[in-house]
Each structure stands twice: as structure tokens, then as C-alpha cells.
Write a protein that binds this ligand. Structure first.
Ligand code: DX5
Ligand code: ZN
Length: 221
């Protein structure tokens, strides 16, 4: 069942020179999850945040830390991200080699496990592990950078995943990431999404605008 919509600002669009302050600001502005984009310059063509930064940010917010790992391999770093304070740890099936084992490991660490589907990754990649996932993340841009345009072809994929999730009877977040703004948010929610990641749309205009920006995204609900 579609849950109430939660907003997950991606700190990729924050001012990296004052990340702690930025996390406090989006927390106060009404963020539900703090979305943390982890990139390795190998799985995706960009390098961002590691476990040490996640650990340093942990005292700045009690909200859910939603770690999106765009790294390959991911397995050697799962424990470090769990210990750093990530509440949800999501991986791409392409990060390999054994998605089922990776999800078991994340859950064994006492964290929620997510699977991320790139625009060209079929739903079939997550179907055999539905019993192990707490979150499915649909990428509505190719991973690696903020500020890209929403890829329309992902909307029917969200609809199909909503039906698949409902058929399990389990509580599984259906999250969308990339090019989400007030307009595209509406389409994602109508298709069945219940967590919206937004980088540029949250951080546009600086700290004074964060609360309004989040309200506008919520207004799409
Ligand atoms: C892209 C990241 C996204 C990104 C979204 O690889 O996974 O979380 O920060 O940025 P916007 O909302 O600007 O498209
Ligand atoms: Zn992300």
C-alpha cells in the first residue's frame, strides 16, 4: 500500500563546505529522510561522500539517513556505512556480484535494505528478492549528477512496481530519485511513489528557501 509521501532532500546539492549546517537546516525545514549519495568515480563518473562524512553528519540530525550507494563493489563498505549511522542502505544490482547476499548482509547489520533500478535496469532485477527489500529506488535520471532532467519513461515503471509491492503485502518504500520538482513529483505520486528524493529542488535559493521548497514538493501530494 502506498504510504504517506516522505521528502528526502539529497545533500549532493548542499554546500559541501558546511554540510553539518545544511543537514540541520533541511531537518528543521521538514525533511523526512536525509538522502546521501555515495559515488566512487568508477561505478558512476563522480566522487562524493564516504562513511567518515556520514559519521560526522550523524549528530546533526535524528532523521532517517538514506544512503544511496553508487559504488562497486559495495559489499566491503556495508559495515562501515552501517556503523557510520546509515539507517537505509541501498545498492544497485549491477554493483554485484550477489545481490541476495548483499541484502542479507545489510539486514544482518540491523539496517534497512534497498535496491536501486537505473533507467535501463528492468524490474525483473528486484523481483526475486522482494522478500528482502525494505525500499526500491527508481532512478529517473542516470546516476552520477544532480540537476538532470526527469526521464519520463520511468513513470510506467513506478506504476508496475507499485503493483508488485502491493502484491507482496509487505511495507516497502517506493522512492524516486532524479529530476524531481513540484511538477514531476505529482506524476511520481500518482504512479504510486511514496518517497521523493530532491536535490536541486530542495536546495535552490539557499537556506531561507528550504522550508518553502519542501512544502512545494509536499504540495504535489
Ligand atoms: C544522482 C543522485 C541523486 C541526485 C538528485 O545520481 O542519486 O540523488 O542528487 O539530484 P536532483 O534532484 O537535482 O536531480
Ligand atoms: Zn540518490
Amino acid at each position: 500500500m502506498q504510504q504517506p509521501v516522505r521528502i528526502a532532500p539529497s545533500i549532493l546539492s548542499a554546500d559541501f563546505a558546511k554540510l553539518g549546517e545544511e543537514v540541520r537546516a533541511i531537518d528543521a525545514a521538514g525533511a523526512d529522510y536525509i538522502h546521501i549519495d555515495v559515488m566512487d568515480g568508477h561505478f558512476v563518473p563522480n566522487i562524493t561522500i564516504g562513511p567518515a562524512v556520514v559519521k560526522a553528519l550523524r549528530p546533526h540530525s535524528a532523521k532517517t539517513f538514506d544512503a544511496h550507494l553508487m559504488i562497486a563493489p559495495a559489499d566491503p563498505y556495508l559495515e562501515a556505512f552501517a556503523e557510520a549511522g546509515a539507517d537505509i542502505i541501498s545498492v544497485h544490482p549491477e554493483a554485484g556480484p550477489h545481490l541476495h547476499r548483499t541484502l542479507q548482509t545489510i539486514r544482518g547489520l540491523g539496517r534497512k535494505a534497498g535496491v536501486v533500478l537505473n533507467p535501463a535496469t528492468p524490474i525483473a532485477a528486484v523481483e526475486p528478492v522482494m522478500d528482502l527489500v525494505d525500499l526500491i529506488l527508481v532512478m529517473s535520471v542516470n546516476p552520477g549528477f544532480g540537476g538532470q532532467s526527469f526521464i519520463d519513461s520511468q513513470v510506467p515503471k513506478i506504476e508496475r512496481l507499485r503493483a508488485l509491492i502491493d502484491a507482496t503485502g509487505r511495507t516497502i518504500d517506493l522512492e524516486v530519485d532524479g529530476g524531481v520538482n513540484a511538477q514531476t513529483a505529482r506524476r511520481c505520486i500518482d504512479a504510486g511513489a511514496d518517497v521523493l528524493v530532491a536535490g536541486s529542488a530542495t536546495f535552490a535559493g539557499g537556506p531561507d528557501a528550504y522550508a518553502d521548497n519542501i512544502r512545494r514538493l509536499r504540495g504535489a501530494c
